[in-house]
Design a protein around this ligand. Sequence first.
Ligand code: NAD
Length: 468
Amino acid sequence: MSDVSMIIDGERRAAPATFGVVNPATGAVHADAPDCSREQLDEAFAAAAKAFTDWRRDEDARRAALRQASAALRGAVDRIAPVLTAEQGKPLKAARGEANGASYWLNYFAELPLQREVIQDDERARAEVVRRPVGVVAAITPWNFPVMLAAWKIGPALLAGNTMVLKPSPFTPRSTLLMAEVLAEVLPPGVLNVVSGGDELGRWMTAHPVPRKISFTGSVATGKHIAASAAPDLKRVTLELGGNDAAILLDDVNPAEITERLFSGAFTNSGQVCSAIKRLYVPQRLHGDVVDALATRAAAARVGDGMDPQTELGPVQNRPQFDRVRELVAEALAGGAKAATGGAPIDGPGYFFQPTILAGATEGTRIVDEEQFGPALPVIPYRDVDEVVARANGTMYGLSGSVWSADPDRALAVADRLDCGTAWVNTHIALGPHQPFGGVKWSGIGVENGPWGLAAYTDIQVQYVAKN
Ligand code: NAD
C-alpha cells in the first residue's frame, strides 16, 4: 500500500494496485502511488456529481471554503515541498515557491467576482447575462508544475460552482495527492476528488459520461487526442498545450544587462516550462556577444539534486524527456551546430543534462522547430525585423514570446506582431493569477486565470424578464 492516498468523496482511498514513482535526481523508484481502478474513477465522478447539487448553490460558502483551502495549503508548504522536489527534481526553494504560489492562486479566486451583466433594461424587458457552473470538471495536469497547475484549475472551477475529479501526471502524482489530502480537510466531500494513475486513466476520464468539461494542461499531441475524445459528447475543453517561444533581441540591447533575465527565461525549472524561451533570435552583429554571455552564465549554473540547497537547476524530470533533450541536442551538433557550453548529459545517476547554449542551429533543425522542454537553448542570428517576426511566427506553436530593447515602445510595436497568447517586453515568463494565459494555434484552446479563465468554467444563461 502506498503512503499517499487518493481522495474520493472526501475520504482517503488506496487503490487495488500501486505504481512506482522515480526520483529524477537518482533515476530510481523512491516511492509509489495508487493506481486508480475504473470502478474507483466511477465512484469519484459519482461523488463529484452528487456534491455539485449543494456546492453550486452558495457562492459565499464557496468563497469561504476557498479561503480556507488557500490557508491550509500555505500551512502545508513544508510538507508538500520536499515531496515535490523528490518526484519532480526542482530545487526545494522552487518547490516551496510553487506550493506558496498555489495557495496565492486559490486566494485570488476566492475573491474574484463572478460576472453578471444587465444587457437590457427598458420598457419591454430586463435581460441579464449570468454565469452558471458547467457541472463536473475532469482536470488533467502535467509533470512540470504539478501543484501550481492543479491550483490554476481548482480555484476557478470550484469558485464558479463546479466540482472536480483531478488526475496528476503519473511522473509526479504524490505532491498533488498530498495537496488533495490537505484540501480535503476543509472542502466538503466530493467537491474535489483526486485520483492517480497512468495515461489510460486520463483516457477513461475524458471519455466518461459524467464530466461536462475537460481542463487539460500538457502536450500538443495529448491535447489533440483529448479534443477528439471530448467531441462526441460535446464536452467543453480548455487546452493549455506546449510552446516553442521565440525571444527576439532588437539591435539596441546591451547583452550584459539582460543576460540574467534571458537565462532565467530559458532555464527556469531546467527549461521545463511551457512558456520558457525555446528559441533566442539575436541580431547578427550581437550574436557572438550574446552566445558568450549566456554560455558563461549557463556554465556557472549549479546543477544537482534539488534537496541540496546549493542547487540552481535540477535534473530533467523523466527518462523519456531526458532522452529527447539528449537526442535533439545531439542531432543539432551532428548537423553542424556548436555547443558554446554544455551539449551532453552529466555522468552519473539521475537525469542530469549540462545547461547548453547552441550556436549555429537554425530552422530545419528539430531543436529550433520543436519544443525541446529542457536545459538547452539555440541562439539564432537574424538580419532584419520583418524577417525575424516571420520566423518567430512560422510555426504551429503560439504560446508566448518576447521582444527585448532599450526602447520599450519600439519593442512593443514588434511584440504586437507576434502570433501568441502572451507577448512580453524585456522579460519572459511573467505570470500572475489576474493575467489570462493561453496559446493560439496548436498551443491551446481558451485561457486560464483572471476573469477570462473563470468564465471558462461557466456557461452563460440569459435571464430575460418581460415587462408587459
Ligand atoms: P502529456 O500530454 O504527456 O501528459 C499530461 C497529462 O495527460 C498526464 O497527466 C498524462 O497522464 C495525461 N494523458 C496522457 N495521454 C492522455 C490521453 N490520451 N487522454 C487523457 N489524458 C492523457 O504532457 P507532459 O509530458 O506531462 O507535460 C509536458 C507538456 O505540457 C509540454 O508540452 C508543456 O509545454 C506542456 N505544458 C503546457 C502548459 C500550458 O499552460 N500551456 C503548462 C505546462 C506544461
